[in-house]
Design a protein around this ligand. Structure first.
Ligand SMILES: Cc1cc2nc3c(=O)[nH]c(=O)nc-3n(C[C@H](O)[C@H](O)[C@H](O)COP(=O)(O)O)c2cc1C
Length: 194
């Protein structure tokens, strides 16, 4: 299935790469990505997103995040110059009640970050495959917060640089999406609008 050319060009360009260039992301550019995330909407404007960033070659942060990834993700995320752990703050500041939309809002912030990143020719591959408890301990995540996902960021690499045959197959596989009739309804659930 191919991306329709009717949607925004940045959304057409975005995908989750399996190889990145060996090229760092400048601090100013990295900062802009988080400014994009910062300006996402959120329930009660709670802004429950938190990010722990690891830059390859700077301190231990990158390695600590990398060590939390499952092996299958380590095989390709190794080439990413930046790894980010996304974290949700679970309760509202104003009344300490549970914030059931915290994860939703972290996803929104990431979506904005990815949109900005794509405009800077930076690609993002998110991962659920990581050890959240290990991340909590090694990155000192407080109890009121929950690790959500890890994202690998970097400039698009060349598929011909991938050596693992399984990864080459994945990188060349056609992209799949459910049809609009399966996900958008009118009147009642299951009744496709388009
Ligand atoms: C929350 C989340 C978790 C994901 N976890 C993984 C993962 O652990 N490993 C992986 O290789 N890709 C992971 N992905 C990437 C998806 O597989 C990918 O987005 C999907 O196949 C669609 O491909 P595209 O992003 O290139 O359009 C994850 C994506 C999201 C949003």
């Amino acid at each position: 299935m191919s991306v329709p050319n009717t949607i925004h060009p940045l959304l057409q360009t975005r995908y989750s790469p399996l190889v990145f260039q060996d090229k760092p992301i400048l601090k100013d550019i990295l900062k802009r990505l988080f400014e994009a995330a910062q300006w996402a909407p959120s329930s009660y404007n709670e802004q429950p997103w938190r990010f722990v960033v690891g830059v390859k070659g700077e301190g231990n942060g990158w390695q600590k995040i990398f060590d939390c990834l499952v092996e299958g993700n380590q095989t390709w995320a190794n080439s990413a110059p930046v790894l980010v752990l996304t974290v949700a703050k679970k309760s509202f500041a104003y009344n300490k009640a549970d914030n059931p939309h915290a994860w939703h809002d972290v996803g929104l912030a990431m979506s904005q970050l990815i949109f900005q990143a794509t405009s800077e020719q930076i690609f993002v591959h998110q991962m659920a495959g990581f050890d959240a408890q290990k991340a909590r301990e090694s990155l000192l995540i407080p109890d009121e917060c929950e690790p959500v996902a890890v994202a690998a960021l970097g400039y698009e690499g060349n598929i011909t640089d991938i050596t693992d045959p399984k990864l080459v197959e994945r990188a060349n596989a056609p992209r799949q999406r459910q049809s609009l009739s399966e996900i958008v309804f009118e009147d009642h659930f299951g009744n496709g609008l388009f």
